[in-house]
Design a protein around this ligand. Structure first.
Ligand code: GDP
Length: 192
């Protein structure tokens, strides 16, 4: 079971700009090979391109979540080069973060915790939306991280949790809708 309920029937994905003009920057973090590019490409609707090897890209798209349009720019640039500057910049620039690990790779799960800590250090006083993502849920037989471990980690880190399979497109739409909802929740509570 996932951490939030979603009615995807009302979610239409389209291109275009946001109704209230705001553009949310969403940064993908995570170890090499966990599926960041695959998730970003599904979001961007470009996963069929053969040149999947090139690193570092941004994908922008508007999606309708709960009847309202939101524009997201998804940055898949974490591994673009080894520059410390770029990684520091990533930690500062995001409106929201997707921390990805692979359920088939315990090391990537441990790395996700480190990233969460790094993020907390970079954005100490801010309550930034974060979703912890266990990707590759389709690889049942090589699973090294259970759903419960993932969920427990998200509780400790005070963030949302979802398992996805980029290969099967499972929960990928829910992931990006969840990010929009998390951003809105915080925005609304600030405006009150
Ligand atoms: P990145 O380095 O984090 O950007 O990871 P990629 O998106 O490049 O994916 C690394 C490899 O894992 C590629 O061969 C993908 O096809 C594969 N992969 C990504 N997501 C999934 C998934 O959900 N299931 C399976 N079985 N393979 C995946």
């Amino acid at each position: 079971r996932q951490s939030w309920a979603s009615d995807s029937s009302d979610s239409v994905i389209s291109s275009g700009s946001d109704s209230d003009g705001s553009l949310y920057k969403v940064i993908l973090l995570g170890e090499h090979g966990v599926g960041k590019t695959s998730l970003a490409r599904i979001f961007g609707g470009v996963e069929d391109f053969a040149d999947a090897e090139e690193a570092g890209n941004t994908y922008d798209r508007s999606i309708i979540v709960d009847g309202e349009e939101a524009s997201l720019v998804v940055f898949d640039i974490w591994e673009q080069d080894d520059s410390q500057w770029l990684q520091n910049h990533c930690m500062k620039m995001g409106d929201a973060y997707i921390i990805v690990y692979s359920v088939t790779d315990k090391v990537s799960f441990e790395k996700a915790s480190e990233l969460r800590i790094q993020l907390r250090r970079a954005r100490q006083t801010e309550d930034i939306p974060i979703i912890l993502v266990g990707n590759k849920s389709d690889l049942v037989r090589s699973r090294e991280v259970s759903v419960d471990e993932g969920r427990a980690c998200a509780v400790v880190f005070d963030c949302k949790f979802i398992e996805t399979s980029a290969a099967l497109h499972h929960n990928v739409q829910d992931l990006f809708e969840g990010i929009v909802r998390q951003i809105r929740l915080r925005k609304d509570s600030k405006e009150d």
